[in-house]
Design a protein. Structure first.
Length: 171
């Protein structure tokens, strides 16, 4: 057990090392990009965080689908999530676990009723295993453009964890 000093409090935590999952050394940025792209190729369950104009955070569980360099999420059109995205356009998506995290900063580019996106609905269904159109007419697809992606396994990979910045994969 390692104790981390966080501002004015001490947090006990399990120390994660570069040996996680059989790794013996830290991954390079190129390897983290490859691992991240491989992760994004399949639909992922994760946590989507948004905030309204007042800054109050809101978090939902969701399924995210990576398609042609964009992230697609389905939600109901009248939810706080959809309202926040219409207002601020900003979101953060967390995938993976605390030991192997991928964090995506996203800009909502489009919010469209699921029924108006049949090709996206078919692809989303194939990847995620469900079709939002079957859930009711109030479901929408949100198309996100990633602006920053961080990927790290353990605390040692936290510094310089960016693999995508300003919408571009790093070298």
């Amino acid at each position: 057990m390692v104790y981390l000093l966080q501002d004015d409090w001490i947090c006990p935590t399990v120390h994660l090392s570069g040996t996680l999952g059989g790794m013996t050394e830290l991954r390079t940025t190129a390897q983290r990009i490859t691992d991240t792209q491989r992760l994004l190729e399949t639909a992922q369950s994760g946590w989507l965080s948004t905030a309204g104009a007042g800054g109050r955070a809101h978090l939902i569980a969701c399924t995210a689908w990576w398609h042609d360099g964009e992230v697609w999420v389905a939600t109901r059109g009248g939810t706080r999530t959809a309202r926040n995205l219409r207002s601020t356009h900003h979101a953060r998506l967390a995938l993976g676990s605390t030991e192997d995290a991928t964090l995506l900063d996203l800009e909502a580019e489009d919010i469209t009723p699921a029924a108006q996106r049949p090709a996206i609905a078919e692809g989303y269904h194939a990847a995620a295993g469900w079709d939002p159109r079957e859930e009711g007419p109030d479901w929408v697809f949100v198309r996100f453009r990633p602006t920053r992606i961080q990927a790290y396994r353990g605390y040692e990979e936290t510094p310089d964890s960016d693999v995508l910045r300003d919408g571009r994969w790093l070298d």
